[in-house]
Design a binder for this molecule. Sequence first.
Ligand code: FMN
Length: 361
Amino acid sequence: MSATWGNNFKITIFGESHGEAIGVVIDGLKSGKELDLDFIQFEMNRRKPGTSTLATPRKEDDKIEILSGLFNGKTTGAPLTGIIRNTNTRSGDYNNDLLRPSHADFSGYVKYDGFNDYRGGGPFSGRITSGLVFAGAVAKEYLKDMGITIGSHVLSVKNESDMYFDPVNLDVDLLNNLNKETFPVISKDKKEKFINIIEDARKNRNSVGGVVEVACVGLSAGIGEPFFNSIESNLSSLFFSVPAVKGVEFGLGFDITKHTGSEVKDEPYVDSKANSSLSDIKFKSNNNGGINGGISNGMPIVARVAIKPTPSIGQSQNTVNIKTLENTNLEITGRHDPAIVSRVSSVIEATMAIGIFDLIK
Ligand SMILES: Cc1cc2nc3c(=O)[nH]c(=O)nc-3n(C[C@H](O)[C@H](O)[C@H](O)COP(=O)(O)O)c2cc1C
């Protein structure tokens, strides 16, 4: 099981949803950095369930405990370990014999010969992402010192869509304001529509998915590598590691194929004539999402991530009993979000912070 990611900012996640605790070990942090623990806890709270009426009623404290790597409020340079103890678990809600459609019950059972901890989804649970949010918050603390801001919003829910980020003049204040929300949406009227769609799904014991748009502003040109540690490959590997992510695109993404080269060219220009330097070179458009050849070009990095509808739905579904190998029916009774897209936005932000910081260091 590969639970480790990164080169310079190396993270190892551990734990299962209904085990003793979950967490992350972060290796490679520079010593002497004062961490704002209130900010970090705030980030954790954005992801945790039970913060909105739409979220799963499983209320978790998600209180981060730091076990190592911090002394007198400052990083020591030793691995920083954060854990979140599991409380409010109801393992009785879970039965590993009946395979939940679109969940990891079958694939996980086969891979681990049935020895996997299936309670609450075990290592496949969205809860494991709280370690990522902790690591992302720590990375954000270091990135802040470099003038780099990362933010996200719920771009769409089912077939209802809000406006995209302006990829050329992306306002840092907008990102900071979105970062204060548990359900970050640019347009207030869209938020209401999103909530209605989710509420309808909940009433029908169904679920819906959506798209998270995430951006990074303030990253100077020249960060990233061609090929395997390109910004796109680094970030994609992190985004796709988040459960329920089924698509990733940068810049114009798949839509870029609908245009000619002349329509989507990102033309450079010099911003100021006096004392011009390389940092005065800007681009008139940003169809490439701030990345050329895997390397940042100084424009905002913009990506979109598709989150599928929550697999656990209350409606009756056809399935298989893995023990008796018989076709049967399943009605899931546990506590599940009708849409996880708003909670996942904080996770996607965290993974972008981890990926960018790993490339900068
Ligand atoms: C923050 C978060 C919360 C999640 N909550 C649930 C949930 O309540 N019920 C559920 O069935 N799946 C939930 N998921 C999704 C499953 O973990 C995921 O669909 C499953 O592990 C299968 O992986 P895959 O969708 O990537 O194939 C959640 C995912 C995330 C990131």
